[in-house]
Write a protein of this length. Structure first.
Length: 242
């Protein structure tokens, strides 16, 4: 059961960037933890994604500007819960596992938690995407000192702290910019393993070599950013309750 009213408080909001995911949405939304609110951000779908999501009780936000980051940030700004999770909307990740990702944030043990993807079959994660991810993990360690294994799309953090990071990338670099700016601000960043399954439909980013290359290019630009002069710490952001 998912919370349908954007005015009703929910312990956690789940942002689901969506582009033509009509086939996956029923399974994804059925797996949202009870009492948590699903925010489906329609990023220009040409199928019935928005209508399906709305009919299944999700709060639907439209973001006409194309880009993964644009969709994620639209969901973040629409969120009202103290803690916000992000999850792909293609059924490759199980939203029922979100409590294990959000738990350390809710408990105050971590500021940002990433779900480290563990593919259940070879076809869940194409070779070129795995190689790109390994290189990205190396670059993240070099830039921030964080010894991460994966820039997991399933993640959780406190809403006001995320907004204070002032994320500006609206394409493939958004997830990386979140991690880099969080590291620069001294956040406690953790990983937890989550199963990764073959997605429903074709990936808009890692499904092709070209899409992967564009994502890597966006992320290299993020890694080249200089640290903020006075970053806002998650521990001191007003409204975090810590």
């Amino acid at each position: 059961m998912i919370e349908t009213s954007p005015s009703s408080p929910a312990p956690v909001d789940v942002v689901l960037p969506c582009l033509d995911e009509a086939a996956a949405l029923p399974w994804v939304l059925d797996r949202i933890p009870s009492g948590w609110r699903a925010i489906v951000v329609d990023n220009g779908s040409t199928d019935s994604s928005a209508d399906i999501a709305r009919g299944l009780g999700a709060h639907v936000v439209r973001e006409p500007r194309r880009g993964f980051g644009a969709a994620c940030h639209a969901g973040l700004t629409a969120a009202t819960a103290d803690v916000v999770c992000f999850c792909d909307c293609d059924a490759s990740l199980d939203p029922a596992l979100l409590p294990s990702v959000a738990g350390p944030v809710l408990d105050g043990a971590a500021d940002l938690v990433l779900g480290r993807r563990r593919p259940v079959t070879r076809r869940a994660w194409p070779l070129h995407a795995r190689l790109a991810n390994l290189e990205l993990a190396r670059l993240i360690r070099q830039r921030t000192g964080l010894r991460l294994h994966d820039l997991g799309p399933m993640r959780a953090a406190r809403r006001e702290s995320l907004l204070a990071l002032d994320l500006t990338d609206r394409r493939s670099g958004y997830p990386l910019q979140m991690v880099v700016r969080a590291a620069d601000a001294g956040w406690r960043v953790a990983e937890t393993e989550v199963p990764y399954r073959p997605r429903t439909g074709r990936s808009k980013v890692t499904g092709t070599w070209l899409g992967t290359w564009h994502a890597v290019r966006d992320m290299r630009a993020v890694l080249a950013e200089r640290p903020a002069a006075a970053p806002v710490s998650a521990a001191t952001t007003p409204g975090t309750g810590r």
